[in-house]
Design a protein around this ligand. Structure first.
Ligand SMILES: [Zn+2]
Length: 159
């Protein structure tokens, strides 16, 4: 049995990721991203601005909590660099410890030579989104590739 709070967490995350994916697709043009960067730089309240943008673009009314959770992703999307940072072994070691040396998706045994993956794919958030790494086995890493949908399906499978 999955505890209720874990269930809610998963559903919230799935909703957030699918909303974020729609947002990124809608704003895939460089001009659209520049326009958004301008809006945020003029705004004194990034959370309210996030909620207004989502309301205008996707006709979704976000709660304050949802806007607070979405804003760091949007910020990463708008500030991301195309260059990958290398992930230090110390970060990989911490992740392995947290994951009990198991792949975050399938649970296969992994080690320090396994892949550090961006849970929200690099193409959407670059390396600018905090706490976004997870360790995966080679197989899951190849299957997941840069897909947000894969992460969503994985989350749904855990509930
Ligand atoms: Zn795996």
């Amino acid at each position: 049995m999955v505890p209720d709070n874990r269930l809610k967490e998963c559903i919230d995350e799935v909703l957030l990721l699918s909303l974020f994916k729609s947002f990124c697709e809608l704003n895939s043009a460089k001009e659209a991203q520049q326009k958004l960067r301008n809006i945020f730089s003029r705004s004194s309240d990034a959370i309210t601005t996030t909620s207004n943008i989502i309301k205008n673009q996707l006709s979704e009314e976000l709660t304050e909590e949802e806007s607070e959770n979405l804003y760091p992703m949007i910020k990463a999307f708008l500030n991301r660099s195309p260059y990958r940072k290398s992930i230090p072994d110390s970060v990989k070691k911490d992740l392995l410890k947290k994951q009990n040396n198991k792949c975050a998706i399938c649970g296969a045994k992994i080690d320090i030579h396994s892949h550090a993956d961006h849970a929200v794919p690099f193409k959407y958030v670059g390396d600018e989104f905090e706490n976004n790494y997870q360790m995966l086995c080679t197989n899951c890493n190849l299957k997941k590739n840069a897909s947000i949908d894969y992460q969503i399906r994985f989350l749904l499978k855990t509930i």
